[in-house]
Every structure is written in C-alpha cells, then in structure tokens.
Design a protein around this ligand. Structure first.
Ligand SMILES: Nc1ncnc2c1ncn2[C@@H]1O[C@H](COP(=O)(O)OP(=O)(O)O)[C@@H](O)[C@H]1O
Ligand SMILES: N[C@@H](CCOP(=O)(O)O)C(=O)O
Length: 318
C-alpha cells in the first residue's frame, strides 16, 4: 500500500487507550496496496492491522467493516474488526476514519496453482452465501456509474487505439447491463477486489482474505470474474490458464451452482471485470495522489486482459 497519512508510535499510544489492547509496542507502515494507509501494529495483547482510510467516509465505512464482522461471526476466514470500549469499530485518527482488525497469518500466493484457485473459488462461494442475510445494502462504488464518470477523465491520456477500445467496451457494457440476462443475475455483498495480494495462504491452505474496501452490493458473477482475471492468467499476456479457471469455477459450482443467466453472462462479465480495473489503474496512474510510499499498478496489464477477453472465450460455466 502507500502511506498517505503517517502514524508514529507516539500518535498510536495517544489513540490506543480507547481500546482494550494494552500499550502499543511497535508500528510499521505497509508498502503494499494503493488505496489506504496501512500499518502492522504490535501491542501488549498481540499483532493487528491499523488502516487509516484515505477516500472512504465515516458514512460509507460501516458497510465494509460490518460486513467483515458479519462474515467473521459466520466463521468465514476474514479479519475481525476490533471495537473500542464504547463498541465502535470506526474511530477518527488524524481527522480521518481508522480501524483496527485482526492480522491474518500466512502469505500471499502470487504464483497460484489450480489447487490454490480451487481454495479461492470455494471460499468465494461460501462468502457469497454467508453474506446473503447482511442487512446493509451499499452499491459497488466502482460499478458502471463510476465507469461512466471515469471514462471521460482518462480518455485524453490514451492513444487513439486505446480510446477506441474504451469507448467500444463501455457501449458494450451499457447494452449488456440493459439485458434481462444481466438483470436476473444473483447478487449480494461481494468482495470485488479479490486479487492474489488480498488472500493469505499457509502452504496450500487458504488462511484468510481481506481488503474489503472495494466491496459492494453487486452480482456474484462479477466477483468471480474479477478473481479469475487475476488468479487464472498468464501474467505476461493476460491469457487465461484453463486448468486454473476450471479449478476455480468447479470449486465455486460445487458450493453454489451457476444459473442459466450466469452461464450466458460469463464472457461479458469477464470483460466488465477487466474494464473496471483498467479504468481504476488509468485513473491512479495519470491522476496520482501524494504519498509517502506508493507502488502504482500498471494500467496496460488490464488493457491486455480486456483485449484477450474480447478475442478469446473463457471456459464455459456449465
Ligand atoms: N488483516 C490483515 N492481515 C495480514 N496482512 C494484512 C491485513 N490487511 C492488510 N494486510 C497487508 O497490508 C497490505 C495492503 O493491504 P490492502 O488492504 O491491500 O491495502 P489497501 O487498503 O490499499 O487496499 C496487504 O497486501 C497485506 O500485506
Ligand atoms: N487490486 C486492484 C486495486 C486495488 O489494489 P490494492 O493493492 O490496494 O488492493 C489493482 O490491482 O488494480
């Protein structure tokens, strides 16, 4: 991540007494990630993760953190938010919303095999089902409304060829969103950013997933498409690795079978998932925010993936 808002050990020890976590012993900024300021913290009671939210507001945040609390209570492997003595899980730090969550064990699996993709597919299906009775409905803030807003902002930075691709794909997705196939897709709270760096493995065992800060109420299929586009590809070309794709969708289907509409929507949804992250990476690349640490992601990675999804069909969901 970046560190946009520095937090010192002294800052933390002034802020921490509202929690039952004892004294802070150490704090370390985390360079991975690009959205918020994240820190590993060690206190007298253990190790946690502190996040200072850079864009999400006090009003928007309950959806994300209450969803994590809801899932953790149902034994889904996600970090649990830590409440202060008044029961609040979102508290101001340096005038920004901040939260402490439990720290997951393990490490990211950045070169996944089919076995890892199967674990992720099964866990994603379990998460979708466990979230069905979650009471708060907040839209995916990086859904098609945001794509419409962001497209004209980033277009001027693109080559003519890339501009043509973006305009054509936006029209395709606008048309697809009007179909009954799309409108009939099962939906609920989804993670919407389940990349390899947001999942922890202990060996071949999935130990947890985190970074719910792009979550929203959207189609389950969009969530699966986002995940396939990061876990099941040749990173150099964006081409799908069918063994990993089939491992993930077979494991998902074993828990939650696909509807006829999902089977019809699969190819357009893989394109939509590629478009969404091409747009966000273009925005972050050409309109970057000031940060103490920031590792921006490469936008052309998702341009390649989008072109691949348009040119070649993925394995079907049947
Ligand atoms: N609960 C957690 N347990 C363990 N590591 C975490 C946890 N949350 C975040 N991290 C670490 O912090 C990094 C950045 O977190 P992430 O949520 O992806 O950033 P951002 O808030 O910018 O999206 C992760 O790649 C991971 O290394
Ligand atoms: N995962 C997305 C955007 C967010 O990145 P993160 O590292 O902050 O989770 C991408 O790779 O573009």
């Amino acid at each position: 991540m970046a560190v946009f808002t520095p937090v010192s050990l002294e800052d933390l020890n002034r802020w921490l007494p509202q929690f039952s976590l004892g004294k802070a012993l150490a704090i370390k900024g985390i360079s991975a990630g690009i959205e918020n300021s994240n820190f590993f913290i060690t206190t007298e009671t253990g190790e946690y993760v502190l996040t200072v939210f850079e864009k999400l507001s006090f009003e928007e945040l309950p959806f994300y953190l209450e969803l994590m609390r809801h899932l953790a209570k149902r034994d889904v492997a996600v970090p649990a938010p830590i409440a202060n003595r008044q029961g609040a899980i979102i508290n101001a730090l340096h005038d920004k919303p901040a939260a402490i969550v439990t720290k997951l064990s393990g490490a990211s699996q950045m070169s996944p095999a089919p076995i890892h993709c199967a674990e992720v597919g099964a866990m994603l299906a379990k998460m979708h089902l466990a979230a069905q009775d979650f009471a708060i409905k907040q839209p995916n803030l990086r859904g098609i409304t945001w794509w419409r807003q962001t497209t004209p902002i980033v277009l001027p930075y693109l080559s003519e060829d890339a501009q043509q691709l973006l305009r054509t794909e936006m029209q395709f997705q606008e048309d697809f969103a009007l179909t009954t196939t799309y409108q009939n897709l099962p939906r609920g709270p989804v993670h919407a950013d389940l990349f390899r760096n947001n999942v922890m493995f202990d060996g071949d065992h999935l130990s947890g997933f985190f970074d719910f800060y792009f979550a929203g109420y959207d189609t389950w299929l969009f969530d699966l498409a986002v995940t396939v586009n990061d876990w099941c590809i040749n990173l150099d070309t964006g081409e799908l690795d069918n063994d990993r794709v089939n491992a993930m969708i077979d494991a998902y289907r074993a828990i939650q079978p696909f509807s006829a509409d999902e089977q019809l929507a699969w190819q357009p949804m893989l394109r939509a998932a590629a478009l969404r992250f091409w747009l966000s990476r273009l925005y972050d690349f050409y309109l970057p925010r000031e940060a103490e640490m920031l590792t921006p992601h490469d936008p052309t990675h998702f341009e390649r993936i989008l072109r691949q999804r348009i040119a070649h069909l993925a394995p079907a969901l049947i």
